[in-house]
Design a protein around this ligand. Structure first.
Ligand code: ZN
Length: 487
C-alpha cells in the first residue's frame, strides 16, 4: 500500500501497542485471519480494495491473512472492515450499527467538535409511515439505540428520534426523510468500543439507493448518482463520512471515479487520526467511532455538534479532493490544546498532511498559494533559527498562514510532536476533569512549549523566542530542566 510515512509511523506505533490491545481484548473485537474471505467474491469489496491499491491476493499473501491491517486503527482496511460489518447484509435488512460514545463524552474525550453518531440506512419513510425494527434482547449493558429520520437537504436534522427497545419497535416517521439509527454507550470507559448492535428492518420503508464504499460496485454509481431519494439528495458512505449530495450535483458527478473520492475521504480521516496520535494505546488514543456528515449543498464551513462539513465547493463532488475539503475536514480534528485565536491556524496542519498524502513531498506553495514562504525540509526548525528571522506571533501582525509556519516547521522536523500533543493533551484533560489547568490561553501556550520540546527531544525555546511566542518563566525553566540538545 502506498501511503506515506505518517501511516507507516502509526503502524509501528500500533505494533508497539499490540500487547496492550491484546490485554484489553474487550476494547476491540479483533479481526481474525481471513476475515475478508467471505467478501472475496463481492465486486463492491474488490472495487474498494482496488481503489486502495490492494487486491485479495495481497491480503492472502500477508502473514496474518489480512488480520493485521484490519486490526490497525490507522489502516483504511480497519474501517473498510467496519463498513462491511455495518452494511454487507443490507439486502437482508440486517445492519450492524457501531456503538458510539455519547455526544458530550465524544466531544470531551477527543477535545474536538462533536461528531455525528447516526448511520443512514438505505431506506426512506414518508410522513406517518412506519418501520418495524428489531434489536437483540441482550444489548450490551447501558447501550441504547434510537431511530430517527434525517431531514432537510443535508439530512442533518434528526427528526422524531425514538428509542429502539430490545425486541421489536415500530418507528413512526413524523416527517419525510432518510432512516438514521444510532446506538450509544453513555459510559466513559467505553467497554464496547469497536462493538456493534445488530439492527434488523423487519418491515416498512422504501429502499433508497446509497453508495457504500466496500459494498456497492463502482459500476453502480452512475445509476445511484442519478436516482435521488425523496429528500432530493444522493447519499454516500466512505467508511467514516456520510455525505449528502443534492441531486443536480450528484448527477453532474455520475461519471466521476467514485472509488477515488471515497478513498480520499476515508484515507484523509485516517491520516488526521495519525496526526492526532490516535494509536490505540489508551482510552484517549481510540479514534472516534462517530461520523463526519459532509454536506455538498452549502459552502464553506465546518460545525460541531453534528460533525458537519459544508464542502459544496464549485465543481464538487469530484473524484479528487483539494485544500478546501482538507481544510473543512481538518476543523473536525482540531484538538483542545490549541489556544485562543488559532482556529484558522492549526486547522491547516491537517490540510498540509492531506496535501502531502495525495501530492507527495511537494513544496507547501503547491498545497496553498499563501505558503510560498514555507519550505518542507527535515531541518525546518534549525533552518528557521539560522535564518535570523524574528516574528511577532504573540504581539500580532501575522496572518493565519504565517502563524501556521510555527507548527508546520515543528511538524516537518519532528513528526512525533503533533501526535504527542494530541494524545497527551486528551489524556491530561481527562474528559474535562482537569479543565482547570487548561483554562487560559497562557496555560495552554506554556503547556505547548514544554510538551513540544519534550516530544521533539530538543530544547525549542530559542525557536519559540524567534517566532515571538510569549510563554511564562516557569515554562522556560521546565524546558531548561529537561537538558535537551539544541534543535
Ligand atoms: Zn476554516
Amino acid at each position: 500500500m502506498h501511503f506515506t510515512f505518517r501511516v507507516a509511523l502509526a503502524g509501528s506505533l500500533l505494533a508497539a501497542a499490540s500487547t496492550i490491545q491484546a490485554q484489553g481484548a474487550a476494547l476491540q473485537p479483533p479481526a481474525e485471519p481471513g476475515w475478508w474471505r467471505s467478501h472475496a467474491n463481492s465486486t463492491g469489496f474488490t472495487d474498494a480494495l482496488a481503489s486502495l491499491g490492494l487486491s485479495t491476493d495481497d491480503l492472502a499473501r500477508s502473514p496474518s491473512d489480512g488480520a493485521d491491517q484490519a486490526n490497525n486503527l490507522a489502516d483504511p482496511l480497519h474501517w473498510l472492515r467496519r463498513t462491511l460489518r455495518i452494511y454487507s447484509a443490507e439486502d437482508s435488512g440486517v445492519f450492524h450499527i457501531p456503538v458510539t460514545e455519547s455526544h458530550a463524552n465524544g466531544r470531551d474525550r477527543n477535545t474536538t467538535q462533536g461528531k455525528n453518531s447516526h448511520f443512514a440506512l438505505p431506506y426512506t419513510l414518508d410522513r406517518g409511515e412506519s418501520m418495524v425494527l428489531k434489536v437483540p434482547a441482550d444489548l450490551p449493558a447501558g447501550v441504547g439505540c434510537a431511530a430517527a429520520v434525517g431531514t432537510g437537504p443535508s439530512l442533518l436534522h434528526e427528526t422524531g428520534a425514538q428509542g429502539i427497545r430490545p425486541g421489536t419497535t415500530t418507528f413512526v416517521a413524523p416527517a419525510k426523510g432518510v432512516v438514521i439509527v444510532t446506538c450509544q454507550d453513555p459510559s466513559k470507559d467505553m467497554p464496547f468500543y469497536g462493538h456493534d448492535v445488530e439492527v434488523t428492518v423487519l418491515s416498512g420503508g422504501a429502499p433508497m439507493p446509497m453508495y457504500v464504499f466496500g459494498v456497492t460496485p463502482a459500476s453502480a454509481w452512475k445509476a445511484i448518482a442519478t436516482s435521488p431519494n425523496v429528500m432530493g439528495t444522493v447519499v454516500t458512505f466512505s467508511g467514516r463520512t456520510r455525505s449528502s449530495i443534492a441531486a443536480p450535483k450528484a448527477a453532474r458527478a455520475k461519471d466521476a471515479d467514485i472509488g477515488r473520492l471515497m478513498r480520499e475521504q476515508l484515507v484523509t480521516s485516517v491520516v488526521y487520526d495519525v496526526v492526532n496520535g490516535y494509536d490505540g494505546t489508551n482510552l484517549f488514543a481510540l479514534p472516534t467511532q462517530g461520523l463526519v456528515a459532509a454536506n455538498y449543498d452549502k459552502c464553506c464551513s465546518s460545525a460541531g455538534g453534528l460533525g458537519v462539513v459544508n464542502i459544496g465547493f464549485p465543481g464538487r463532488p469530484s473524484a479528487s479532493t483539494s485544500w478546501g475539503e482538507w481544510h473543512e475536514f481538518g476543523h473536525q480534528n482540531q484538538q483542545g490544546w490549541g489556544w485562543g485565536g488559532l482556529g484558522e491556524v492549526t486547522v491547516n496542519i491537517y490540510s498540509l498532511a492531506a496535501c502531502q498524502l495525495f501530492r507527495g513531498d511537494v513544496p507547501p506553495k503547491n498545497c496553498h498559494g499563501q505558503l510560498a514562504y514555507l519550505e518542507r525540509r527535515p531541518d525546518a526548525v534549525r533552518h528557521f533559527i539560522d535564518s535570523g528571522q524574528q516574528y511577532t506571533f504573540s504581539a500580532g501582525g501575522l496572518n493565519e498562514f504565517k502563524k501556521l509556519g510555527l507548527f508546520a516547521q515543528i511538524d516537518f522536523s519532528y513528526p512525533k510532536v503533533m501526535p504527542h500533543l494530541g494524545k497527551t493533551y486528551r489524556t491530561a484533560f481527562n474528559y474535562g476533569d482537569n479543565g482547570g489547568i487548561f483554562r487560559t490561553s497562557q496555560q495552554k501556550i506554556d503547556w505547548f512549549v514544554i510538551e513540544a520540546s519534550r516530544a521533539a527531544g530538543r530544547d525549542l525555546s530559542l525557536f519559540f523566542d524567534r517566532w515571538g511566542l510569549v510563554y511564562g518563566a516557569a515554562a522556560r525553566q521546565a524546558i531548561a530542566s529537561m537538558h535537551l540538545p539544541e534543535p
